[in-house]
Design a protein around this ligand. Structure first.
Ligand code: 9WN
Length: 464
């Protein structure tokens, strides 16, 4: 069955309506079309390789329709892990022409020892948010045959531990118990307004003019919905500098960008908690993982929470201090275990507040869509990439954070808004939060995958 173009749900979801079942079938079709034999591409033309956090979200969706593929998706990614423990943000598909995506395998290669490529596949050298242990746990949890799936967990456990070790040792550039990111692409929210100040000195017309002809993204998506050439100038300069230092992590002063991000670290804490759940199945000790998850949660509250604002912000390790830019990344930190109750309450209130909550006047007919950036800020742009549009993965993360905080009404509102939107607009990469209009590439894998996951959930679900 799993070799067919169309994937049939293997999970029995008896409460599902005929409309929801039709939506699930369409989502499964997107995942089937984007499957490449050992991994799923985020989108056929715009992103023709394997991406790290995409694969984690995709595996969660695949677990609802094709358990074997869900396991293989994560196993392929883990097979590209570097000896130092990092999981690269892109694993390049050798069957895809090298110039189909920029920056392609040749850009990242020099400076990275060939030994990094266990699978025989080239990789990038930066990372993305660590959703993988949570995804592995979800794949196991949804397996029709848990005894068989336990073998998958046993194989994944040690690489996942090494991944978190890398992040909490070599990447603890600030020394406060959080992982730092050294490139905006590592946040997954590439051109978030939160990075504007840090990138200002790296943007140049000259660098933009050089990057412009190499860009492939603009062949597939309109320029008004993508980052600018000047943003690409900064991305390329940072990645090239890191590559030329042999991807050595060093100290904040060694980087042109060094930031502690609340979404990245919230996901790390949540995934560390998933490692505790995994440990219990594979015969390891869950206690150190639980303790570490709570330590990351405590560090989040101590280092990235601003009590005056009642919000999490990124910390710029080079400039020093919090970056007072209201991003949905700050809401994403709610997914972390170990946050003080008062912090959780205040940040959960921001989700439904004027910056991110349902717009009072121009409510889209599809319902509430969570903007990725503060809709009241001057930089808000409802269709440009991470500067305002609503994304399925952020919605999924914040929704889980709300469930942790006991805010089930708001959590359900987020799920309903996204599901209604994809039903009308399709599985777009992102959506205009004010109109529900689809933007970016169509048939985007994590939108389809997380639709499957949201459709399968119901309030009595024991997951949270
Ligand atoms: C750079 C694949 C990735 C996502 C990121 C998203 C976008 C890449 C790009 O696409 O980034 O990694 O080329 O713009 O920002 O979150 O993982 O879907």
């Amino acid at each position: 069955m799993e070799h067919a173009r169309t994937l049939a749900p293997v999970i029995d979801v008896p409460w599902r309506t005929a409309r929801q079942a039709a939506l699930a079938d369409r989502a499964a079709e997107v995942l089937a079309a984007n499957w490449r034999g050992r991994h799923t591409v985020p989108a056929a033309r715009l992103y023709p390789h394997q991406w790290s956090w995409d694969s984690a979200f995709i595996a969660i969706g695949l677990a609802h329709v094709a358990q074997h593929r869900a396991q293989l998706e994560l196993a392929t990614l883990l097979g590209a892990q570097w000896p130092d423990g990092r999981i690269p943000h892109i694993v390049f598909d050798p069957d895809t022409p090298a110039d189909a995506y920029f920056p392609g395998p040749r850009f990242w290669g020099p400076g990275a020892p060939a030994a990094h490529v266990r699978l025989g596949r080239a990789t990038s050298g930066i990372v993305q948010p660590p959703v993988h242990a949570r995804a592995a746990w979800e794949v196991f949890r949804l397996a029709p045959d848990r005894d068989a799936a336990a073998g998958f967990l046993r194989r994944a456990y040690e690489p996942l531990c090494r991944w978190h070790d890398y992040l909490l040792t070599r990447r603890d550039l600030g020394g406060g118990g959080l992982a730092a990111i050294v490139h905006p692409w590592e946040s997954g929210m590439d051109n978030s307004p939160a990075w504007d100040a840090a990138l200002a000195g790296l943007k140049s017309d000259e660098g933009g003019a050089q990057a412009s002809p190499m860009r492939r993204d603009l062949h597939h998506v309109g320029a008004a919905q993508r980052p600018g050439d000047d943003d690409y100038a900064a991305y390329i300069a940072l990645a090239a500098a890191y590559r030329d230092r042999g991807y050595a992590d060093g100290t904040p002063a060694d980087h042109g960008f060094a930031v502690e991000d609340p979404l990245f670290n919230g996901l790390l804490a949540d995934s560390e908690e998933a490692l505790a759940q995994i440990a219990a199945v594979v015969g390891a000790d869950p206690a150190p993982h639980l303790a570490r998850a709570h330590r990351v949660g405590a560090a989040l509250a101590a280092r990235l929470y601003d009590p005056a604002a009642g919000m999490f912000f990124a910390r710029d390790l080079r400039a020093g201090g919090l970056v007072a830019s209201w991003s949905a990344a700050g809401l994403g930190a709610l997914i972390s275990p170990g946050l003080p109750g008062e912090v959780t309450d205040r940040v959960a209130a921001q989700v439904v507040g004027r910056r991110f909550g349902p717009p009072p006047a121009r409510r889209p007919r599809t319902g509430w869509l969570l903007p990725s950036a503060d809709r009241t800020a001057a930089e808000f742009d409802p269709q440009r990439y991470w500067r305002g549009p609503s994304w399925a993965n952020l919605t999924w993360v914040v929704r889980r954070g709300l469930l942790r905080a006991g805010r089930t009404g708001a959590a359900d509102g987020l799920a309903r808004g996204l599901l209604r939107t994809v039903e009308h607009a399709g599985f777009h990469e992102y959506f205009d939060p004010e109109t529900g209009e689809g933007a970016g590439t169509p048939d985007f894998s994590w939108t389809a995958a997380l639709t499957l996951d949201l459709l399968a959930w119901r309030p009595s679900d024991p997951r949270q």
